[in-house]
Design a protein around this ligand. Structure first.
Ligand code: ZN
Length: 399
């Protein structure tokens, strides 16, 4: 099993300066490699520069430029591969007939991660194991940096990344072969409906997490963004406003992750099997197409975009995707089963008689079957359907 750990780093003042220099140099490398590819692409011969070419060049540059050789060759290669991925995605979308934006130069505030693909190559996790109370990581060009290791690391450390978030520095460890720690069976199964009013609702009527509290953070974020738009470019006030927006973004992400962890923890602890809807979030948040009005050329009919934008926001706020990721990971390490079922009709089908109709949902929160009169909380009714579908799927795959 694979698992990622995230730890706070406690670099010294001198190390912070080195870390910033390392990020700056990796960013410069990324942008220079991008420039080279751009120039080649614009040249009449439409030459394509490949990762292999750029990696070989980098090796040559390092041979005579000691400033570049200060950092790990592997982490620099990882940066070139990152650019390569951006181009691969770009060309894939061009081929699919889309009009993607050309890969962009990275501004000073946007390039914040350096990755080492292999532990022991330019970096070393737990570099001073003999130290009685403190964990360190050694980074080439920087030295031994203190790690606030708040939990034990299991499995084999594979890749390491250092990330700058505001004024803080974090270490992400990706580990392989992490042993699962199975929990005692409970004999209980559950179906959950993911919604806007509650993050998760179970078939027996438990409601988890009200993501609406995220709305307050979202409002603060919007205010910070409005404030930023009024600041003059290049001014000190603007830099401060940018930092404020970034801080609010991190606050929202943290709250969302927190909610996802707490909810998933309870669900995994109490149930052997958890049935959830299979989500296609990307599809759900797609913008509504503008509808031209046939009677008035150049005019458009209302297409529900405003209402959809509001819902999009709620979907993002609810953080269903984050929740499902956390749920899957926790379930796997606890030896629990997560079954993902097709969400089609689960909210319109009567859990009592099976009648499917849009009219079964008089309001967002209420379910009232027009056939048999069964009435329930709409999310609980859906959760029953999801559990039923999940169990059916489980039986089908087991036999
Ligand atoms: Zn019914």
């Amino acid at each position: 099993m694979r698992r990622t750990y995230k730890f706070l780093l406690r670099p010294s003042g001198r190390q912070v300066a080195s870390l910033n220099a390392m990020l700056g140099d990796h960013r410069a490398l990324y942008n220079a490699a991008l420039q080279e590819r751009r120039d080649a692409y614009r040249h009449p011969s439409r030459t394509t520069v490949r990762y292999g070419d750029q990696s070989a060049q980098l090796k040559d540059i390092r041979a005579y430029d000691t400033d570049h050789a200060r950092w790990s060759f592997s982490s620099q290669q990882a940066t070139l591969r990152r650019l390569n991925l951006a181009f691969a995605a770009f060309f894939r979308r061009v081929k699919a007939g889309e009009t993607p934006g050309y890969p962009r130069f990275q501004g000073a505030g946007h390039f914040d991660t350096v990755t080492w693909p292999v532990d022991g190559d330019g970096c070393r996790w737990d570099s001073q194991p003999e130290h009685p109370s403190q964990t360190f990581i050694r980074l080439q060009g920087i030295g031994h940096v203190k790690v606030h290791q708040h939990r034990p690391v299991l499995g084999t450390v594979k890749t390491l990344s250092v990330k700058r978030e505001g004024n803080r520095w974090y270490l992400a460890l990706s580990c392989d072969d992490v042993p699962a720690v199975p929990l005692e069976p409970t004999g209980a199964v559950v179906g959950i409906d993911m919604g806007v009013a509650s993050l998760a609702t179970t078939a027996d009527g438990r409601h988890f997490g009200n993501p609406r509290f995220l709305q307050r953070s979202a409002d603060r974020l919007a205010a910070a963004q409005r404030d930023l738009s009024r600041k003059k470019r290049g001014s000190r006030r603007r830099r401060k406003a940018v930092a404020r927006v970034a801080r609010q973004h991190r606050a929202v992400a943290r709250q969302r992750a927190d909610l996802a962890h707490k909810t998933a923890l309870e669900l995994v602890r109490d149930h052997d099997l958890i049935a959830v809807e299979k989500l296609n979030i990307k599809c759900m948040v797609r913008r509504a197409q503008p509808k031209p009005d046939p009677d008035r050329p150049g005019q458009f009919l209302p297409n529900g975009q405003a209402a959809k934008s509001g819902l999009n926001k709620s979907i993002h706020d609810a953080g269903w995707g984050v929740f499902l990721d956390v749920l899957r990971a926790k379930a796997e390490s606890a030896g629990r089963t997560v079954v993902e079922v097709n969400a089609r009709h689960t909210s319109q089908r009567c859990a009592e008689c099976g009648h499917v109709a849009k009219e079964n949902r008089p309001t967002q929160a209420k379910f009232l079957c027009v056939q048999c009169g069964h009435s329930a909380h709409a999310d609980e009714n859906a959760a029953v359907n999801i559990l039923r579908a999940g169990l059916a799927l489980q039986v089908a795959t087991a036999s």
